[in-house]
Write a protein that binds this ligand. Structure first.
Ligand SMILES: C[S@@+](CC[C@H](N)C(=O)[O-])C[C@H]1O[C@@H](n2cnc3c(N)ncnc32)[C@H](O)[C@@H]1O
Length: 227
């Protein structure tokens, strides 16, 4: 039987460069470009990376923030790449995250999402799933990001783009849309970046302590315990 042609089978310059520089995937170039254009990552930052496998973005972010910072990498798939000590990997679903884990490693200066649905071939379904992942990432960023924190997330272009951009414009002091040079021509993906989370857009994290414990405390203690 003849082999099916795979248009990605020949490594391009971005793939070759990523491998030569020790990153598991060419996607590192997308974050690099966003970082260079927006100055997203700084020394000692605490970073949350959603949809992190095989690990390029997290490894790059860990290098940028240095050992005084930290990176929490979350993905449905296992990350097998060699990771630095200040990077923690959690295998799980970003749509169903345990807020205790997120709180323990947070709050975050930067929330990243390169999450992408497994493409089904049905364009509208894939776009709707991408929007769902984008929305979940924004919710997490508003809940666990510090005031002034940054957000960068992938979205497949669709009619939902205007809603996604509006939500970021409302939550952050500035919003940029970036389609990095390394995005393949056939791909409809772009990144919406929010700079400076507004304090008014922050969402209270749900309390992780059992309710019985909370009931015994004063109202002020109950409110602050959820942060
Ligand atoms: C394009 S890859 C990410 C590449 C990564 N940024 C890197 O540089 O190595 C997209 C990832 O999103 C993950 N993903 C999709 N849905 C997810 C979900 N609900 N929770 C966590 N990860 C998810 C996939 O498992 C996949 O590994």
């Amino acid at each position: 039987m003849a082999k099916k042609h795979n248009r990605y089978s020949r490594p391009d310059a971005f793939t070759r460069d990523a491998k030569a520089s020790g990153y598991p995937a060419r996607s590192v170039h997308k974050l690099k470009e966003i970082d260079q254009r927006i100055r997203l990552l700084r020394k000692n930052d605490s970073v949350l990376d959603l949809g992190a496998a095989p690990g390029s973005w997290s490894i790059y972010a860990a290098q940028r923030v240095g050992p005084g910072g930290s990176v929490l990498a979350i993905d449905l798939s296992e990350i097998t790449a060699k990771t630095p000590a200040h990077m923690t990997v959690v295998q799980g679903d970003a749509l169903d995250l345990d807020s205790e884990t997120l709180q323990r490693h947070g709050p975050y200066n930067v929330v990243l999402s390169d999450m992408a649905p497994k493409t089904s071939g049905a364009k509208e379904l894939d776009q709707a799933r991408s929007f769902e992942l984008f929305t979940a990432a924004l919710q997490v960023a508003r809940t666990f990001g510090v005031a002034g924190s940054h957000f960068a997330a992938k979205l497949f272009m669709s009619e939902d783009f205007v809603h996604a951009r509006k939500a970021v414009q409302e939550a952050y002091t500035s919003c940029k849309v970036i389609r990095p040079k390394s995005v393949r021509q056939v791909s409809s993906e772009l990144f919406i970046v929010g700079v400076g989370l507004r304090e008014s857009a922050q969402i209270q994290a749900r309390p992780t302590r059992p309710e019985t414990e909370l009931r015994g405390s004063t109202p002020e203690e109950s409110e602050s315990s959820g942060n």
